[in-house]
Write a protein of this length. Structure first.
Length: 96
């Protein structure tokens, strides 16, 4: 019976790319952007909506909270991806 090689671990790669730190920075940036957008909307700096709109089930506040969550998630993912790509470029240049 031949032994199979152990499964490679991605943990060293994740550490080398600082993914955990990048995810924390991305999450903070996403939440900050969402809070800023939500406060901007609550204070109605942009003015009221044009025309009459109905917000079923959740109401206006609920829908904007939901949209803020989506904005925070998307921004966090974008920032994390960009920072990780920069870490990868730095790592490749240092190794080359």
């Amino acid at each position: 019976m031949s032994e199979e090689p152990p499964e490679p671990s991605v943990a060293p790669l994740l550490d080398a790319l600082s993914v955990r730190r990048n995810a924390a920075v991305g999450a903070a940036a996403g939440v900050a952007l969402a809070v800023l957008a939500y406060v901007f909307r609550l204070t109605r700096v942009a003015g009221p909506f044009a025309g009459t709109r109905e917000f079923p089930v959740l109401g206006e506040t609920g829908w904007f909270l939901l949209l803020s969550f989506v904005l925070a998630s998307a921004a966090a993912l974008l920032v994390t991806t960009v920072l990780t790509l920069f870490s990868l470029i730095r790592l490749v240049r240092r190794e080359a």
